[in-house]
Design a protein around this ligand. Structure first.
Ligand SMILES: [Ca+2]
Length: 390
């Protein structure tokens, strides 16, 4: 039975490849600032060749072998048919980055724990104050990196927004169980491996025992009850390495890195030990490591984290502009999640371990680190057979 399922999947893969040509998109854009009263966002004037700023440099970087930017992203794969679970604090579903001719690509919102109140639902996180805009807008920004129409690495991936604002191991394990429940729910498209993007910061070190055990099981396959099942659904986790140093300069509370600037959060520490969970540090446009990210230690790969164009929750056409919230490994983890979605589109049978191996063996580098990229080659057209002369 599994063999025939694999055959069907293989046929689907072949069919989808022939349907998609390599498309080329300019990463050059122009934006203008928009006051929202208590803060400033921006709005896109336009994107395309001739616009002055390489605002989508992270997409430009995603098809570069040597780190040079050519103001263009070429891709054939777009993440179509692949599920990406975003564990964060909700996504503004109505943002134009998520609108498609057939509806939007945020296919579900699951609320686990929130400080936002019922008037700010998981798919419409509020931006009525500086706090709400900065904090509740985070998931919208992250989702746009995965699957925004203009700004996303995998614009056709399907997003499930899971809102979790707690720093409690029990609540995080509940969120992970909700992912499993959704994966097995009637109506959820069947899959072998889905992607989980984690840019939220639950807590430190080894205190997340239940969540860590569950994540390890999810990598290797789980049944609908979350028990280990090698033939069950599998999940590849892309997690942020963290930033803000040992002390958060804004709040004065502990940051996400140790005194020696190595990652301190539980997910990157787990990632260092588990194949199928990858910890993503930060990269700048000049192909050097972003100083704001945690460094060394558990960091496994680097991805664009500095001055990234991301959606804002202040309006359906708004993007973040404030320097304090446009850089972070919050945006490098979803970049890798988006690349994983595209790899799974081409080969849905890839395991989380194989995805991590592909990311780490990327031919593109920054110093000692791999920078995951995806060079989408055109699908070769089979040569026409000469008619046989008789
Ligand atoms: Ca490029």
């Amino acid at each position: 039975m599994f063999r025939s399922a694999g055959l069907v999947l293989s046929l689907l893969v072949v069919c989808s490849l022939f349907a998609q040509p390599v498309t080329s998109m300019s990463t050059m854009c122009q934006a203008e600032n928009v006051s929202i009263g208590f803060a400033t966002d921006r709005r896109l004037i336009g994107c395309g060749a001739g616009f002055p700023d390489n605002l989508l440099w992270n997409l430009d970087r995603s098809d570069s072998l040597d780190g040079t930017l050519d103001q263009t992203v070429k891709r054939r794969l777009t993440g179509r048919g692949v599920l990406v679970y975003i564990l964060d604090n909700g996504v503004l579903e109505t943002h134009h980055e998520f609108q498609r001719a057939t509806g939007d690509n945020i296919i579900a919102g699951i609320d686990i724990s929130s400080t936002a109140g019922p008037e700010c639902p998981v798919l419409a996180p509020c931006a009525r104050s500086l706090f709400e805009w900065a904090i509740y807008g985070h998931g919208t920004a992250v989702a746009s990196v995965v699957a925004g129409k203009q700004s996303g690495v995998a614009p056709d991936a399907s997003i499930v927004a899971v809102r979790i604002e707690s720093n409690n191991d029990f609540e995080w394990a509940r969120a992970l169980r909700a992912v499993i429940a959704h994966a097995y729910a009637p109506g959820t498209p069947s899959f072998r491996t889905a992607v989980v993007s984690m840019s939220a910061s639950p807590g430190y070190g080894t205190s997340f025992l239940e969540s860590a055990a569950l994540m390890q099981r999810m990598v290797n396959g789980v049944d609908a009850n979350g028990n280990a099942d090698p033939n069950g659904r599998k999940f590849f986790f892309s997690v942020m390495a963290g930033n803000l140093g040992p002390i958060n300069p804004i709040t004065g509370f502990p940051g996400q890195c140790n005194q020696d600037h190595t990652p301190a959060l539980f997910q990157p520490l787990l990632a260092a030990e588990v194949d199928g969970i990858i910890a993503v540090g930060g990269l700048k446009r000049d192909n050097t490591e972003w100083e704001g990210a945690c460094r060394g230690g558990a960091v496994e790969v680097l991805a664009p984290a500095h001055e990234v164009l991301v959606a804002s929750n202040s309006g359906t056409d708004r993007y973040r502009a404030d320097p304090l919230i446009i850089s972070g490994t919050s945006y490098s983890a979803p970049y890798v999640a988006g690349l994983a979605a595209r790899m799974l589109e081409e080969n849905p049978l890839l395991t989380p371990q194989q995805l991590e191996a592909r990311m780490k063996s990327s031919p593109s580098r920054s110093g000692a680190y791999a920078v995951p990229v995806l060079i989408d080659e055109p699908v070769p057209v089979p040569p026409k057979r000469r008619p046989v002369r008789r």
